[in-house]
Design a protein around this ligand. Structure first.
Ligand SMILES: Cc1cc2nc3c(=O)[nH]c(=O)nc-3n(C[C@H](O)[C@H](O)[C@H](O)COP(=O)(O)OP(=O)(O)OC[C@H]3O[C@@H](n4cnc5c(N)ncnc54)[C@H](O)[C@@H]3O)c2cc1C
Ligand SMILES: Cc1cc2nc3c(=O)[nH]c(=O)nc-3n(C[C@H](O)[C@H](O)[C@H](O)COP(=O)(O)O)c2cc1C
Length: 785
């Protein structure tokens, strides 16, 4: 096969040498515009795992790379005079020049033709080629030429950064944060050879402009960085080797590149994207070179696996690599956003700031950090626990963040787990009876700090369905009181009431008889901010509320609030999410009013705030109130997370104690991006920008998730819904799974506690043993042979 690689960076060179090694008969050329040993950049880092992949692909280059690597384990975070270290991270650094030299040499040894100082204009220059690799980097000319086919999506990120070097030798991967009058700057530094370190300086573009860096010559901006980070440099200079870039042009915005397809067929040789030309991953997770090299390994493998069927091999390559790249790009996006928003986190105590940084990509969780550095995690757990007023004796286990108490006003929850409100549609005439006693009672016994009753309605016509609970009568109050008293008498959990009005989403059947479908008969009139039909052509139309309706509904909420206090609830939540009545005022998708309650966000919030204030005025002073919001409508033109921060600020000013950060369900046009803890970024942003405690919710399904969220200061409580339907004792089970035995079980259930803990320990030991066994031995072990 005749193969041409356009671009002699890591991906082009490595693919060329792997293919030549696979079949010396291949005629392979790498065409590079630079001189042989001439390149930009300083060092790059790999994780230990990447080295394993290189070792398997070509032991010879892996050996040389390994010999040239500078290895370190620690990450050090510096902010406001504090220095925090954690270990076990296992990184290697190598000079980019050194890496390229090793790959070039190996190419020459194997017989790959290297052509330098040739700037390729287009792939048509190689009519003899059977396969053309576009390994021409992040500004790929080939990609631009066939953009219609590759469909690249290029997102220029918010920060400006410059890639510098220094002879100061850092003995850890070092992050340094410095505040200026214009905002925060950060440096990412690591040593990559005997006497040189990479030193990347970064700041949000507006901070960079305010600091005047856009107008500075190269020398001036280097001097600026040297002065700002002087205390980390010990007198060493910063150096630039981007000779081709002048003035502020050496500060670039990172382009996040995603391509829909990676192979272009134009009748001749297929043109295949590889490395940065196909995708980029922000440098803060150090994966660009790894991805480039792993692309090469995979394409060589696919071609080797399907000899004579190039089309099949290329389809395989794209299928396998695009999934892995997406995974890394997701982590890289989280990491990029974290560094773009340092100002959001800089107010955290330095210890928590460092933890937040370490877990920023969400690839490294609490338990994963523990595997890396147990001592660091245990010390940090003690620190978090002490801040919640818990001090353990040396004989006790460290308290995981999930099991630290949380106080709002006069109420202290024993831990950070909340049973999220979940409609059960199992009442008659709005009266909660035995079903709710068992349902909520069982969950209160299951170890959560608090259970939240489902959306309960102030009037019959504010219900979602005829099965929804209500709180408009003394009979309902007393029925709730029975449940509250059970929880208070038999458990140490707290219990919250969630009050909400269904608005345009009311008068529907219970879900198992047709979700969101109007009742077959007996429908009641619907109201909302503006006329709407929740399901086009299906739901009944709602009418816009007049001022008299607003007064009536507000007074209904006041009556229910009083009844909730009389029933003895510990906590009250106002439901302003999911497209129900109050949410319909907040979202521009459902509010088209032209009076004082429509238009700007401040106007749209006016009525929900009025209801909230009226409730707060009659709800006991010592008891907290939270507000559930949809922090993202997931629809163009709807509520965004930035709006959600403003919404939270407004409720905070009105006296809310926490914001419960849900999302969506406002419009059927929504396109949410689901995933683990997918709504937690909203809780994080609101907590750290609006300065109000938050409840995170949504696909939080393990203790490890809760611990990571609480420890990083991304939320104060975690609401867990569906896992509690599967298991009322979710909290107790999760405690046992992470080996935390210092939790209280209901006295009646104690006999099960130590048995569960022992069984889980045994399962863990068997899994560890099995991992070290052959498949046959594993099967025997599973069968008890
Ligand atoms: C500040 C910064 C820090 C980074 N840190 C790390 C890190 O720590 N770890 C890591 O793994 N990655 C890091 N990266 C990313 C890494 O540099 C890239 O992901 C990696 O180099 C991609 O390899 P590549 O071969 O695809 O592209 P490149 O390395 O960009 O190589 C492309 C080559 O093609 C050549 N070329 C381009 N156009 C033409 C043309 N028309 N004709 C001929 N030749 C052409 C270029 O001269 C270049 O040599 C960092 C990147 C930046 C910007
Ligand atoms: C059956 C069911 C009923 C729900 N009812 C309510 C409700 O009454 N009030 C509310 O605010 N959210 C309600 N939700 C949303 C949950 O509280 C929670 O936000 C959502 O399920 C995401 O959390 P999870 O991933 O842990 O399930 C309900 C969810 C489910 C599954």
């Amino acid at each position: 096969m005749n193969i041409v690689c356009i671009g002699g960076g890591p991906s082009g060179l490595y693919f060329a040498l792997l293919m030549k090694k696979q079949n010396p008969a291949h005629d392979i050329t790498v065409v590079e515009r630079n001189k042989p040993y001439d390149t930009f950049g300083w060092g790059v880092v790999f994780s230990d795992q990447t080295l394993g992949n290189l070792q398997a692909a070509d032991p010879q280059t892996a050996g040389e790379i390994l010999g040239a690597f500078n290895h370190w384990d620690d990450i050090e975070v510096n902010i406001r005079g504090h220095k925090m270290r954690s270990g076990g991270h296992g990184f290697c650094g190598i000079g980019r020049k050194r890496l390229l030299n090793i790959l070039q040499q190996r190419c020459e040894e194997l017989g790959v033709k290297l052509v330098f100082e040739t700037d390729v204009q287009h792939d048509g220059q190689f009519p003899e080629a059977d396969l053309i690799i576009a390994s021409d980097g992040l500004n790929s000319r080939v990609r631009a030429r066939y953009a219609a086919s590759y469909q690249p999506d290029i997102d220029l990120r918010k920060c400006r950064f410059v890639w510098l070097g220094t002879h100061k030798r850092f003995d850890a991967f070092t992050f340094a944060f410095e505040e200026t009058a214009h905002g925060w700057f950060q440096a990412h530094a690591y040593q990559f050879d005997g006497d040189t370190s990479t030193f990347i300086v970064e700041a949000p573009e507006e901070v960079w402009i305010k600091a005047g860096l856009d107008k500075m010559e190269k020398e001036e901006s280097i001097a600026f960085c040297e002065k700002l980070f002087a205390k980390y440099l010990d007198g060493h200079q910063l150096m630039s080797n981007a000779a081709h870039l002048r003035g502020s042009a050496q500060w670039i915005r990172f382009p996040r590149v995603v391509c829909r397809t990676w192979v272009h067929h134009n009748g001749g040789a297929p043109v295949v994207l590889m490395g940065d030309a196909a995708h980029t991953a922000h440098f803060s997770i150090g994966s660009g070179t790894k991805l480039a090299l792993e692309d090469s390994i995979e394409l060589a493998r696919c071609i080797g696996k399907s000899p004579g069927d190039l089309a099949h091999a290329l389809a395989d390559y794209q299928a396998v690599r695009s999934i892995e790249v997406l995974r890394i790009q997701n982590a890289a996006r989280n990491s990029t956003e974290w560094f773009e928003n340092v100002a959001r986190y800089a107010h955290l105590p330095p210890e928590q700031f460092a933890y937040s940084l370490l877990t920023r990509s969400q690839r490294i969780s609490h338990e994963n950090l523990r595997l890396r550095d147990k001592e660091y995690v245990e010390e940090y757990e003690d620190w978090i626990a002490e801040r919640s007023g818990v001090r353990r004796s040396p004989l006790q286990q460290p308290v995981p963040p999930m099991f630290t108490p949380f106080t709002a006003r006069g109420i202290t929850l024993k831990n950070r787990v909340v049973v999220s409100p979940m409609a059960q549609y199992s009442c008659v005439d709005g009266v909660p009876a035995d079903y709710h006693l068992v349902h909520l009672g069982a969950r209160a016994m299951g170890g959560a700090g608090m259970v939240v009753a489902e959306m309960t309605c102030p009037t019959p016509d504010s219900r979602i369905s005829p099965g929804c609970p209500g709180l408009w009568s003394e009979q309902q109050r007393d029925a709730w009181k029975r449940i509250v008293e059970f929880v208070h008498t038999h458990t140490d959990a707290k219990i919250a009431m969630q009050l909400g009005h269904a608005g345009a989403k009311g008068s529907t059947r219970v879900p198992w008889e047709g979700e969101d479908q109007p009742l077959p008969h007996g429908n009641w009139p619907l109201i909302s901010a503006s006329p709407q039909q929740y399901l086009d052509g299906v739901s009944d139309w709602s009418r816009a509320m007049a001022r008299e309706d607003m007064d009536r509904v507000r007074d209904d909420f006041i009556r229910s609030t009083r009844l909730a206090a009389e029933a003895g609830f510990d906590w009250l939540e106002l439901h302003c999410a999911h497209g129900y009545l109050l949410s319909s005022f907040i979202s521009p998708l459902t509010n088209q009013r032209t009076d004082d309650y429509g238009g700007s966000l401040a106007n749209r919030l006016r009525y929900p705030l009025e209801v909230f204030r009226a409730m707060r005025a009659v709800w006991p002073e010592r008891l907290p109130m939270s507000v559930r919001i949809s922090a993202h409508d997931w629809v163009e033109g709807g509520i965004t997370p930035a709006d959600a921060v403003e919404i939270a600020r407004a409720f905070k000013a009105a006296g809310a104690d926490l914001i419960d950060c849900s999302s969506g369900q406002v419009s059927k046009q929504q396109a949410p991006v689901y995933g683990r803890m997918y709504q937690t970024p909203f809780a994080d942003r609101i907590r750290n920008e609006a300065g109000i405690p938050t409840i995170a919710v949504g696909a939080i399904s393990e203790a490890d998730h809760v611990n990571s969220i609480i420890a990083a200061g991304r939320a104060d409580l975690c609401a867990v819904a569906r896992p509690h339907l599967a298991n009322p004792s979710w909290t107790l089970l999760e405690a046992a799974k992470i080996g935390y035995t210092d939790v209280q079980w209901p006295v009646q259930y104690r006999a099960a506690k130590s048995q569960l803990e022992r069984n889980l320990e045994r399962e863990k030991a068997m899994a560890a043993q099995a991992a070290a066994l052959s498949p046959l031995e594993q099967a025997n072990l599973a069968q008890g042979v």
